[in-house]
Design a protein around this ligand. Structure first.
Ligand code: SF4
Length: 486
């Protein structure tokens, strides 16, 4: 038996943190499977606790682990490495492990450049991580463990990929190891926030997306019984009232999805859900959008990314430009909050094309719009098209808000300034619109969300640069910030 600590990297960029704090779901499952294999496990969510590296090391030392494991997507990769580096400085004998999307693809360079990383768990970890620990304990040949990468003498070895777990209902979550007091949805002060997964993967092929690569364009789903009983358990046991559905693509199978909505309606648990899905599924589900709301779904993010057909085709998005507006209208008509993002900052971006996107964003009129910058993930299908324009190889900036690709027509600083102008223009229109809304739920939700964005997102540092704002917007923002309105 080993003592294993699972640590999230202390990475913050003001993107995901703006809505709330939620547990690391991958760790919840990993912990469940490691514990079943006989190990003692601690989930330590340093990111949600806002702990710095010194505090992280204090926690690691006090747990006295045998194994320190972390996870990373590309932007959090440098912070994850720091944890493993400090761990080895503290005690060379501790075993260091890292998993997640970035190292799954970049295992070779990760192991060659960072000798303090012992093992990489690639793709799904629930079966692979316990198998790795068993092989180490039994001194078995590591090459027989599927799904890992490691150094052997001067060589980097990557073993065969492990097959994805066929039945997701067999996953074992360790919800009892979650420090629930850390998690809340900022829009509803005092709420308890959980994240659940109803399916894994996506069979689509968007060129900028790392998810379809990680899941190799496969899609598996849990049964309605399994997911709804888990939701009920979390509501009853931990008083969870807000759920994020983590799936990239929960609605792929309409029959399963509608059955899930029916079951949630029947259970009437009094909790709400935030989710994302594809534009084409919203069009497909127009006739059951009322069920979405009745089941508790209050907020849907749809990936639009681009408003012109040429860019959508280049991204391989598989949707028609006109469909996006229709999908937003359908969600909106059902009384559900709409959110989407528009991707800017490709090599061919110009001042004119940004203005065009902004005008279309206003026309599409989602409740929340994000103007995100293209990030050149080193393993993405678009990488070759982008690599000649990359200005920074500091992965911590690959977070969709910091510009790392230089368009031909402007500098990265000018690009960032344009992005801020898009936010300013979009929300200066939105804020008075929200204030005048008659729909009590939406008005309240939108204004509280704006407050959360102002308090927690990367925009917080830049609001002052927006310059003079209309008096009405200034008053609403002051009111939201709890300041006296003149
Ligand atoms: S639909 Fe979403 S998850 Fe699927 S490939 Fe496209 S961006 Fe990725």
């Amino acid at each position: 038996m080993a003592k294993v600590i699972l640590v999230t990297p202390d990475y913050h960029c003001g993107v995901v943190e703006s809505a709330g704090k939620w547990p690391n779901l991958a760790f919840v499952y990993l912990a469940g499977h490691l514990r079943k294999a006989g190990h003692e496990v601690k989930i330590y969510d340093a990111m949600s606790k806002d702990h710095n590296l010194t505090q992280i090391m204090e926690h690691i030392k006090s747990f006295e682990p045998d194994v320190v494991a972390t996870t990373a997507y590309t932007a959090s990769f440098p912070a994850a490495l720091e944890i493993l580096k400090e761990t080895k400085k503290y005690d060379q004998d501790l075993i260091t492990v890292i998993g997640g999307s970035h190292v799954t693809f970049e295992y070779d360079v990760t192991l060659s450049e960072n000798d303090y990383v012992d093992y990489i768990v690639r793709y799904e970890g629930e079966e692979t991580f316990p198998a790795l620990l068993e092989a180490l304990a039994e001194k078995q040949e590591l090459k027989t463990v599927k799904g890992i990468a490691f150094r052997e003498k001067d060589q980097i070895i990557a073993t065969d990929q492990r097959a994805f777990i066929p039945n997701l209902d067999n996953l074992i979550p360790a919800w009892d190891l979650v420090d629930w007091k850390d998690y809340t949805f900022f829009v509803y002060p005092g709420s308890s926030l959980a994240i659940v997964s109803t399916s894994r993967g996506c069979m689509h092929d968007c060129k900028f997306c790392s998810q379809q690569k990680f899941w190799q364009r496969s899609w598996r789903a849990r049964s309605v019984e399994s997911i709804t009983s888990e939701i009920k358990y979390l509501v009853k046991k931990y008083k969870i009232d807000v759920f994020f559905i983590s799936d990239e693509y929960p609605t792929s199978d309409r029959e399963r999805w509608e059955s899930m909505l029916d079951k949630l309606i029947e259970m009437d648990l009094g909790c709400v859900f935030l989710m994302e899905t594809r534009v084409d599924d919203i069009l497909r589900d127009e006739d059951i959008m009322g069920k979405y709301l009745k089941a508790g779904i209050i907020h849907i993010y749809v990936g639009i990314e681009a408003t012109d057909q040429e860019t959508l085709n280049r991204f391989n998005k598989g949707i028609e430009a006109d469909d996006s507006k229709r999908a937003l209208d359908i969600i909106h008509s059902a009384g559900i909050v709409t959110e989407t993002s528009f991707v800017l900052g490709g090599p061919e971006e110009t001042y004119e094309s940004i203005q065009k996107t902004l005008a279309m964003a206003k026309k599409y009129n989602p409740d929340f719009g994000h103007f995100l910058l293209l990030a050149p993930w080193p393993y993405a299908d678009m990488y070759d098209d982008l690599k000649g324009h990359i200005e920074s190889y500091d992965y911590s900036k690959y977070n969709l808000v910091e510009p790392v690709i230089k368009p031909d027509a402007m500098t990265t600083e000018e690009l960032f300034e344009q992005v801020l102008k898009c936010y300013k223009s979009f929300y200066y229109d939105k804020i008075p619109e929200w204030a005048n809304l008659e729909d009590g739920f939406k008005k309240d939700y939108a204004l509280h969300s704006m407050r959360a964005i102002m308090d927690n997102s990367f925009l917080k540092e830049h609001v002052l640069k927006f310059g003079t704002m209309p008096k009405m917007v200034e008053d609403i923002l002051k009111d939201l910030a709890g300041e006296k309105v003149s």
